[in-house]
Design a protein around this ligand. Structure first.
Ligand code: KG4
Ligand code: ZN
Length: 343
């Protein structure tokens, strides 16, 4: 009998409530995906302010839940299980979602699952492209994470192959946008500006690609500093800043390193399916270059649509469905959020 799973996400600045139907054949169908974002409240600070995010989650949780059930045409009594992001993320923000999930699970007397946000970013792909072939390689790129993961089982077995040693890829976009006088979040305006620029105009550094660097780790802080220095130099000389060329050259440095390392990891591990997810997966050049390089290497590339790539509740509901299908243990009611939860 098909089951209805509710997913709750509150790890950063998006309050998400998703509803999915887990079919008997293991496929997962998206029924509702409601998100309330506090991104505009953080814009003037140039980054997420944890206290502001927590308060916004508190205000948005119940209305977002109500909208999700209205969209799906379901009532809360239809829910068979609840999954909530247990981490990683901002402590105060996570607590709001975990507390709401515990309250709903108690009131409805349904099982509760604490799940990993990063695994959710991968699981969401099954809503769009169907069951995920395993093993697969996941490249997670967002404002908070940059990770290469090997997925052997989405519900129980994910291994980290590499991660950023400093800034996340999206964070680099946000910081470079600030240097260029573009709005926050910086990914979309840089993506747009880069389309009119020359990606070979400026040779920005490719971090951690030297022979002694860890094979699958990333570093973007040197690149960010190089862009800032370049812009300062041009300003000092009284030259105008060619924003489009700087954006395109910066972006090329980011996506070149991301795709090169992901392809190398897939080849070394003998993996033929790659998923790219997280907010930066919306990037047009990343999708283009990854598409070219995956095709050349005989790797199937799966990139969920942008709406599913950014933080949302549907990804947690989707992961919850896979966890329910795998008969994983439920969370005790006194379980805590873990801001540093490993994958
Ligand atoms: O997944 P997400 O919504 O939130 C988390 O950080 O978890 O990702 C947001 C990040 C921001 O840093 C934003 O600048 C970046 O994703 N982003 C993009 C694009 N759209 C959003 N980066 C590059 N190109 C884009 N088109
Ligand atoms: Zn995320």
């Amino acid at each position: 009998m098909a089951r209805i799973i509710m997913g709750i996400e509150s790890s950063c600045d998006e309050t998400g409530v998703g509803l999915v139907r887990l079919h008997d054949d293991g496929t997962v169908e998206l029924l509702a995906d409601e998100v309330a974002s506090s991104v505009e409240q953080h814009a003037r600070f140039g980054g997420v302010v944890p206290e502001v995010a927590s308060r916004a989650h508190l205000e948005a949780m119940v209305p977002t839940t109500q909208r999700a059930f209205a969209t799906a045409g379901l009532s809360m009594s239809d829910v068979d299980a609840i999954a909530v992001t247990a981490g990683p993320g901002l402590a105060g923000a996570l607590l709001v979602g975990v507390s709401a999930a515990k309250a709903y699970a108690t009131a409805l007397d349904v099982p509760l699952y604490g799940v990993n946000h990063l695994a959710g970013h991968i699981a969401v792909d099954t809503l769009q492209h169907g069951p995920l072939p395993t093993p697969c390689l996941a490249l997670l790129v967002s404002g908070g994470h940059t990770q290469l993961l090997r997925v052997d089982d989405i519900a129980s077995s994910i291994v980290e192959l590499g991660s950023t040693v400093d800034d996340a890829a999206g964070e680099a976009y946000d910081k470079v946008a600030r240097v260029l006088g573009l709005p926050y979040p910086g990914g979309p305006p840089i993506d747009k500006a880069a389309q009119n620029g020359d990606s070979a105009a400026i040779a920005f550094p490719r971090g951690m690609t030297g022979p002694r660097d860890a094979a699958f780790d990333f570093s973007f802080s040197g690149l960010k500093t190089a862009v800032a220095r370049w812009v300062e130099g041009a300003a000092r000389r009284g030259e105008g800043i060619p924003v489009d060329d700087v954006a395109a050259s910066f972006q090329e440095a980011v996506v070149d390193v991301l795709t090169a390392k992901a392809i190398r990891a897939a080849k070394e591990q003998g993996i033929t399916t790659m998923v790219i997810s997280g907010g930066v997966a919306a990037n047009s050049r990343l999708k283009e270059l990854a598409g070219e390089r995956c095709a050349a290497a005989g790797i199937e590339l799966r990139v969920p649509k942008p709406r599913l790539c950014t933080d949302n509740g549907a990804m947690i509901a989707a992961l919850g469905a896979h966890v329910v299908a795998a008969k994983r243990p439920t969370a005790p009611l006194d379980f805590s959020a873990n801001p540093a939860l490993p994958v």
